[in-house]
Design a protein. Sequence first.
Length: 318
Amino acid sequence: MIRTRALTRHFRTRSGTVEAVRGIDLDVADGEVVAVLGPNGAGKSTTLRMLTTLLPPTSGSAQVAGHDVGHDAVAVRRRIGLVGQGHGSSPGLRVHEELTAQARLHGLGRRDARSRAAETARMLDLDGLGDRDTGTLSGGQLRRLDVAMGLVHRPPVVFLDEPSTGLDPQSRANLWGHIRRLRDDLGTTVVLTTHYLDEADGVADRVVVIDHGEIIADGTPEQLKSKVSGDLVTVELADAAQADQARRVAAALPGAHEIETDAGTLRFRVPGGDTVTPQVVRLLDEAGVSLRGTQVNRPSLDDVFLTLTGRSLRESAA
Ligand SMILES: Nc1ncnc2c1ncn2[C@@H]1O[C@H](COP(=O)(O)OP(=O)(O)OP(=O)(O)O)[C@@H](O)[C@H]1O
């Protein structure tokens, strides 16, 4: 559905050339939900703008839905939906008017546009709101209307630029459910950009991590997490004075690494943390070290970013 080769975009500025996107090779299959994850300025929006024909590449190529974004921009535009960062709807119009107008813009006849608008509203849980002025909708409802407007012409591929920015946790989870349903019910290919690790993890089949205009990792959330060697085991000690003893116990475990102690807390990484932890508890007990509790955390995508770049995604995005 999407294929890019050496896709590159430079911007000339007064202070020199900004290499926003530096030779991206990306293949997205039909029906995949792909999250493009990266810190501010990584090149996510520039990539999306090239794939949606809003910005010509400096060099390289991109095909979307079988057409070249440079030579065949009109054909690409007909086959895609784009949900940008801002709200696309205009206050003063009712929800059903907005959706019908959007369908008409895509060339549907009046009657087809009306039924398509109603069907799309139902898909996004907006059907009870058809007569509401769009200016009166909540943030989550408005965002769902944006998505509906990007979908009303049933494009085979939809691009969403930071879809859940500004939404409360419940509206975000609700929107992710709708995005997954697009793939399940309509087979739509979805590409979304995000800063949020939990969004990439929760919604996408595949995560492409971009940093400084290049792809630095590409895989399922689970594959990416497996790049971080081991789960993080945290042991709360009852007595901080026993930290050194606890540290020695951890150091003797096969595969344990990144061992640190900090004010009565022992932390280390080890493959298969869930199975190792009972053993740790027993060994600590045998060594006379008393505990308050243990915790095992699977690696997060933030750990992946840290492993790949030496920087935390949160720090980078700040
Ligand atoms: N029109 C432009 N002129 C000059 N530089 C630009 C322009 N558009 C983007 N850039 C630069 O290109 C780089 C990539 O920007 P881009 O907006 O693609 O990043 P992003 O990953 O989408 O970031 P964000 O998460 O903040 O939206 C940044 O250094 C940005 O300042």
